[in-house]
Design a protein around this ligand. Structure first.
Ligand code: ADP
Ligand code: MG
Length: 342
């Protein structure tokens, strides 16, 4: 039999693979808590320190302690709910997993509370709880991740490489949530900031070089009486890149990887861009929650779609339409760009 702390560490490895996974889980918790502002700080690639501070709903003292027990989640009650989740978290294992591989300090208060709560949790120990000043929202500090797991620590890349992964995670979450203001500081230096205006264009302008926005075409198309909608931006053919680094797909605000949808977008560019180059895109899909199964992957990056073919058709049509509209602006450019869906 494994003792509880060991079992927790093994399970934690599946969710918390590296510092960037911890950042993703913590920031998603902030979003689930309704935060309008999320400030992230990391030191030494997140290996020494990760701090995520939000202005979300906070927790009362009981919930703050409960949050560290495995399968404690305030977000689902029955197993059927998993398929209807509107929130990003639902497994109730992130905080427990992080505390199994690091030292975690959480400070939290609900709006108007007289006292805040501080919880300190570390592997194999009972969480210590104390009162603190009531700053509304939640701040979580993760120190010395994997310090007691040398094999895992060795598997991590350089501080710079781990910082870059964290930066990618924060960037994609910020793009999926343009209504929330994000900052990221790496070793004391601010490397990323969005304003939280609610406009995807503003978020893109904050996160990428200023020229990129000029090369983007807005996309917006709904199908099935509005049950499914695709919106965002696709790049003009001339903005295509030598890699797929600037291709983002969000389903119900969750950044996902989905090869079929990617192929549908790229298919719309057939004949428009050189081989070996890839279009830039930022596409949001709003789908009925029941059509998305996010539970196929512990890190929730891959999702299963119930009506994948229909969704791909919609994405393809929307991209063709956007490209046709933009080339029609140029005098003499072709009009009948829209092709039947594959
Ligand atoms: P999950 O997100 O899957 O519910 P977590 O382990 O990530 O599980 O979090 C456990 C619980 O702790 C959440 O359900 C939520 O109630 C609470 N919680 C965690 N982080 C925050 C936060 N930043 N603000 C408010 N509540 C939080
Ligand atoms: Mg969570």
């Amino acid at each position: 039999m494994l003792d509880e702390a060991t079992a927790a560490r093994i399970a934690a490895g599946e969710v918390i693979e590296r510092p960037a996974s911890a950042v993703k889980e913590l920031v998603e918790n902030s979003l689930d808590a309704g935060a309008r502002r999320v400030d992230i700080e990391i030191e030494c690639g997140g290996k020494a320190l990760i701090r995520v501070t939000d202005d979300g709903c906070g927790m009362d003292p009981d919930d703050a302690v409960l949050a560290f027990s495995r399968h404690a989640t305030s977000k689902i009650r029955r197993v059927e709910d998993i398929f209807r989740v509107g929130t990003l978290g639902f497994r109730g294992e992130a905080l427990a997993s992080i505390a199994a591989v690091a030292t975690v300090e959480l400070r939290t208060a609900v709006a108007g509370a007289v006292h805040g709560t501080a919880v300190r949790a570390t592997a194999g120990k009972r969480p210590e709880v104390a009162g603190t000043v009531p700053v509304p929202g939640t701040s979580v500090i993760v120190r010395d991740i994997f310090a007691r797991l040398p094999a895992r620590l060795k598997f991590l890349k350089s501080d710079a490489a781990e910082s870059a992964r964290i930066s990618d995670v924060v960037c994609s979450i910020a793009l999926g949530n343009p209504g929330v203001s994000f900052t990221l500081r790496v070793d004391g230096r601010e490397v990323l900031r969005t304003q939280g205006t609610g406009s995807l264009g503003d978020a893109i302008a904050s996160l990428f070089d200023a020229g990129l926005l000029r090369d983007l075409i807005p996309v917006d198309l709904a199908a099935g009486e509005g049950a499914a909608r695709v919106w965002g931006f696709v790049g003009k053919p001339r903005a295509s890149r030598g890699s797929r680094a600037i291709q983002y797909i969000f389903i119900n605000r969750r950044h996902v990887r989905n090869l079929a949808i990617r192929a549908a977008v790229e298919g719309a560019y057939a004949g428009e861009i050189r081989g070996g180059t890839y279009p830039v895109f930022f596409l949001n899909l709003s789908l009925p929650a029941g059509d998305v199964d996010v539970n196929v992957h512990p890190q929730k990056l891959e999702v299963k779609l119930l009506r994948e073919k229909d969704t791909c058709r919609l994405v393809y049509a929307a991209t063709c339409r956007a490209l046709a509209g933009s080339s029609a602006e140029r005098p003499g450019a072709g009009y009948s760009r829209e092709r039947p869906a594959p």
